[in-house]
Design a protein around this ligand. Sequence first.
Ligand SMILES: [Zn+2]
Length: 300
Amino acid sequence: MAAAAVVPAALAGWLLWQALGADGGDGGDGRGAAAPSVSAPVSPSGEPSPEGEKSPAEPSGKPSSGTESSRKPASGPLAGKTVVVDPGHNPGNRNHTAEINRQVDVGTHRKECDTTGTSTDDGYAEAEFTLDVAHRLRDLLEERGATVTLTQDGDRPFGPCVDERARIGNEAKADAVVSVHADGSTAAGHRGFHVILPAAVHGGGADTRPIVADSRRLGERIAGKLVQRTGSAPSNYIGGGTGLDVRDDLGGLNLSTVPKVFVECGNMRDAQDAALLKDAGWRQKAALGMADGITLHLRG
Ligand SMILES: [Zn+2]
């Protein structure tokens, strides 16, 4: 994405898409032309999916209240708004294989509780990245007056499972939920961010139909602001240049009853993307992009 010769062309396509899709308001099934693929990115480590949304089928008895900050600004553009930030995976998952491999009910099917996530080739873990970006995003949103809850804050040995991650957003009656991730495609040259939107799913305990349209608007705004803040182009391997993907297999989306998207900030297995993802300045820009997109969505 850093290649100067590549970015302008990609941005041109991006801006064209923005112009065409800005008021698309796809209230239908969420599978517009901007979503050519619902397949999971290939995981370098052979995981089922770097996103591995999984959640416990039976009530675990564990708290679902998340980790709410005590800082509560009384003013700002997001005053009165509740945002849940979900740092994908957990650094401790690798040490709790049995627990995170437990199958949980995600409404339409059963999946693992959680996954370890991916990492850069030199060992910067996705779970470490997601927690760092989540902290930055939380701080920005709180500065703007929002009440922010994290689904985990390095305060658990593993997880939470994906069903609990969804439940935390639901029980908070969040105005928006953003799950922070980075991808792990090993194919050469795969770069760029993408935002995953919930497909219209109805089955078992899952019914995303009421949140599909609002989630798409949220995702479109985050994608647009990510481009503005980071200067990075949307994914060159998912979403056909739109930076948007639609999936029906992620428990964290399927079980959500509030508007929710996943943000895959880049591809950790690509050297150029990895350099960005490891850079604190870039992570701050990415957090700003997400905060701007959320703010535009909730207040725009
Ligand atoms: Zn992930």
